[in-house]
Write a protein that binds this ligand. Sequence first.
Ligand code: PAF
Length: 279
Amino acid sequence: MQIVRESMALHEALKRLRADGERLALVPTMGALHDGHLALVAEARRRADKVLATIFVNPTQFNDPADLRRYPRTEAEDIARLERAECDLVWLPSVGNIYPDGFATTVSVRGITERWEGEHRPGHFDGVATVVAKLLLAAMPDIAIFGEKDWQQLAVIRRMSLDLGLPVEIVGHETVREADGLAMSSRNALLSSAERAQAPRLHSALTLASSRIGGGENVDAALDAARNAIAAAGFGRIDYFAYVDGETLEPLSERSAGGRLVAAAFLGKIRLIDNVRVD
Ligand code: PAF
């Protein structure tokens, strides 16, 4: 596995890697890799000849400086994991490499970014859309794979890629969960042991609300019961617990094909997000 840091080195490495027209898959990450990321790499291996992973803790998508400071950084372990997962190339750009002095260009997606994560994390999706556009333009992969845990992020990236006419297929990969249902996330490492024990209750509340709405119960009543259940389980601030259209992220008041439950809530200082399909 080759490791590169500067974009010129990336271009050279990609030229060699794709010399015979090999199909390339990109797996963008912010490091602190867990089995969820490795599932994305495995999916990339299945769908392409070569796999490029990126590790970049993107400062512009953190609206809270404390969140950026405490974001786990485990570069050596990440590289070892990617090597074992048979990744071909890893790009670890510096902040200056992605955002050169005087950087003045932002990719901003309207509409779909305004609610939920966008409302509670101002500027977050501008940071995500800008960095993902830059990674896609630098690597020009055939496909790029993102986890469905960040459902709204995936929808924003699909919209951005379509709007900019980027020649890449955006692939969503099902959320990988711990045995107790907790969605794998780099932030889980920051939970205390008591918080870790409470954390799966977010997923239980989502699955219960999903079966209630799927079974035809009143949407508002199902959402209220779910909010009460996670508050009773020890969660603090609930940023949102909502039933939305899976593509537009607009709220739904009645059961609808393609509907999705999305939620974000705090356990102590750690903010967890998750989502489930409603059949
Ligand atoms: O989901 C993430 O890890 C990040 O938001 C991404 C897509 C790598 C952009 O920094």
